[in-house]
Structure formats: structure tokens, C-alpha cells
Design a protein. Structure first.
Length: 114
């Protein structure tokens, strides 16, 4: 069963399959959820959102939660996503991201064998 994320956006509610979410970014008091189709904005904290996510999501930086299925490469100070988006942050955060991603890939080898 695929887990879902329920988003209250303005006066409407949207339900997203977690596999649709590329990453989330905290921007001021909002969270912007990026999917392949569009962006969703909601007022919520990452800490209230994280329990609804599964193991494919990591939070290497206070401003980002990333779906590791969409990671192409992790550099010294950035994560490059399969969509071409580059998320930049400090060296410590990039190291934390690399460690979490390496563990995720090791646990999900079948998904990453080309």
C-alpha cells in the first residue's frame, strides 16, 4: 500500500502519493511541495510532517526534505536531482545527505541496479 500525504492548500485538500513528491522546501512559514506536475503550498512545520513520510525521505538541512528516489548525485555542497534541480547547502549537510543516501541505496540495491 502506498502511503499518502494529505495537504490542506487554501480552501481545498489534496492527497499526494509519497512517490510523486520530489522534495519539499521550507520557505518562511510555508512548505512548498514539489512534484513532477506542480508545486503545492501549505502552512505546516516539517516536524509535524515527518511522521507521515517513509524511509525514502531525508532531511539533510533545515530547509529541505528530499525523496531519495529522485537523487542523481550528491556533491560537496549540493544535491542534484534527476529533474535537474540543484539544492545547495553547506559541507556538513551534504555529508549527512551522502551518508543517508548511501545507506538507502545499500538497503534498496535492486532499485538502483541499472
Amino acid at each position: 500500500m502506498n502511503k499518502k500525504l494529505h495537504i490542506k492548500e487554501g480552501g481545498s485538500r489534496t492527497v499526494l502519493d509519497l512517490g510523486e513528491i520530489i522534495y519539499m522546501e521550507k520557505y518562511k512559514s510555508k512548505i512548498v511541495v514539489y512534484t513532477l506536475q506542480r508545486q503545492h503550498r501549505m502552512y505546516r512545520s516539517f516536524s509535524s510532517l515527518e511522521p507521515e513520510l517513509d524511509r525514502r525521505f531525508m532531511r539533510p538541512h533545515e530547509s529541505y526534505i528530499i525523496n531519495m528516489d529522485f537523487i542523481r548525485h550528491i556533491g560537496d555542497q549540493e544535491v542534484v536531482l534527476k529533474t535537474g534541480t540543484v539544492l545547495r547547502f553547506g559541507v556538513k549537510c551534504a555529508r549527512r545527505a551522502k551518508k543517508a543516501f548511501d545507506k538507502y541505496v545499500a538497503e534498496n540495491k535492486a532499485k538502483y541496479i541499472s
